[in-house]
Design a binder for this molecule. Structure first.
Ligand code: FAD
Length: 442
């Protein structure tokens, strides 16, 4: 399993993570096969925010230039009070290319997936749909994926990029997704159907007790994206139909007129329970490794799940290439990818939970939070630099820099918020250790 070039690779899952990984590997000369269980490569009909830690990688891959014409480069990230309508604080995004080496942008998920697919196809990636992988075997000589229809694919290594409910993750742990009891409704609609919107130059998050609404334009302002999220009381009562549209309306009834009116054009066709998993560092064993949500599913409050998957893809390809060029086994490349990426991705997982808690507080905690946010210097980047900065641009940058992998801080290692666990109590960390970890505010 050693070579001076990249191994041939199976990627299980053709979402943003899987296609990014396939592209990064193919661009370095690897032969890649993507196995996607759906009938076509597709994404949810909604927007996505991409921060510089992802757009830097996409720029190197040539994907940034493909998506820029259909993306929006917002002026600011704004936090506003969902009840009283006051703007609480903001972050200027216009200097991001100079500050972090790449832009902050928002775009339609379909546009991102299409660009990745296109780039993969042009780079020679073999793309298979209707390929539902039900078993993955490391035979010692190769990695073999078995599909539900009996087809088998084999390669030097396999990457599990099969999302939050990953089957390949079961190869590493029997843990279960953790249900936060929050539910999201989201969707993008043509702008001419939108009666209420926030400032179209901004990404605005209206935050309130147990709920929030995020709004931003897409496709050069031709579409409008909204994500409404709330804590379901019905979930706490154990109701089967928790988080339904009636509960959505009731949850937002006390919000400002702008927020309530905005919900009239929110798509209620689908809803998503907000799940994550506890951080797990051991993502690689032998010829198999995890990537994206399969490795580190997180709550969406930092808008980083896909960004972290793109970071994974970049580091995975770099570490495999490094192993190949030094004649080390590719299993070592996979191990080193996981060792580099896990501390950072786990930190983001924890920070996302904490950030959600900060958004959703009530009572005295809300009063204090609002005062802190109102007092915050809008030019202060200390809470976001660790997420967005280019590690290679740091003066003290060393070998770990190409990982985007800052070591976890001491305060990243304490007890965590009280999320309920889906499917009972089946929780196991790699190494058998159960960890509930607390992140300081991002
Ligand atoms: C409401 C919400 C808003 C979000 N906003 C943002 C944001 O603004 N910015 C951001 O960076 N992130 C955001 N995220 C997170 C982001 O969507 C995810 O982290 C990201 O899409 C994960 O990509 P992935 O490829 O790892 O997994 P997925 O997108 O889940 O893709 C997994 C793929 O694997 C396939 N698959 C599954 N099982 C199998 C199998 N057995 N065999 C073959 N194929 C299989 C699936 O069909 C799917 O195509 C948000 C998430 C939510 C819920």
């Amino acid at each position: 399993m050693s070579s001076d070039r990249l191994p041939d690779t199976l990627v299980v899952g053709g979402g943003i993570g899987g296609l990014s990984a396939a592209l990064c590997l193919a661009r370095r000369g690897g032969a890649v096969t993507v196995l996607e269980r759906s009938k076509s490569f597709a994404e949810v009909g909604a927007g996505i925010q991409l921060a510089p830690n992802a757009t830097r990688v996409l720029e190197r891959l040539g994907v940034l230039e493909m998506i820029l014409p259909v993306a929006v480069l917002p002026r600011r990230l704004v936090l506003a009070d969902a009840i009283g309508s006051r703007e609480l604080t903001s972050l200027d995004l216009t200097d991001f290319p100079a500050r972090y080496g790449a832009p902050y942008l928002v775009l339609h998920r379909d546009d991102l997936l299409s660009a990745l697919l296109d780039a993969c196809a042009r780079s020679g990636v073999a793309l298979h749909t209707d390929a539902n992988v039900i078993e993955l075997r490391d035979t010692g000589a190769s990695a073999v994926a078995v599909c539900a229809d009996g087809r088998e694919f084999s390669a030097g290594i396999a990457i599990g990029a099969d999302g939050l409910h990953s089957r390949i993750r079961q190869y590493f742990t029997d843990d279960e997704p953790v249900n936060s009891g929050f539910v999201a409704y989201r969707g993008a609609v043509p702008m001419d159907q939108v009666e209420r919107h926030a400032d179209l130059r901004d990404v605005v998050a209206w935050i309130g007790p147990g709920l929030h609404l995020v709004q931003y334009p897409l496709r050069s302002g031709q579409m409008y994206n909204q994500v409404a999220v709330f804590r379901s009381q019905a979930y706490l009562r154990g109701a089967a139909d928790w988080g339904n549209p009636a509960e959505l309306a009731a949850a937002f009834a006390g919000c400002s007129e702008h927020v309530r009116e905005s919900l009239k054009t929110l798509s209620i066709a689908n809803r998503w329970p907000m799940l994550d998993r506890l951080p797990m560092p051991g993502w690689a064993r032998g010829r198999v490794a995890l990537l994206g949500d399969a490795a580190h599913p997180m709550l969406q409050y930092l808008a980083q799940g896909a960004c972290q998957a793109v970071e994974d893809a970049d580091v995975l390809a770099a570490e495999l290439a490094a192993a190949g060029s030094t004649g080390r086994p590719f299993s070592e490349g996979l191990a080193s990818y996981a060792a580099i990426r896990a501390p950072r991705a786990m930190r983001v997982q924890r920070a996302a939970r904490t950030w959600g808690e900060i958004w959703h507080v009530d009572g005295v905690a809300k009063l204090l939070r609002d005062e802190l946010l109102l007092d915050r210097d809008v030019a202060d980047h200390k809470h976001v630099t660790w997420l967005y900065e280019d590690p290679a641009a740091r003066p003290e940058s060393d070998g770990s820099a190409r990982a985007g992998g800052a070591a976890p801080r001491a305060q990243d290692r304490a007890g965590g918020p009280g999320h309920r666990e889906a499917g009972g109590t089946k929780q196991r960390q790699a190494g058998g250790q159960r960890q509930r970890e607390k992140e300081s505010a991002p």
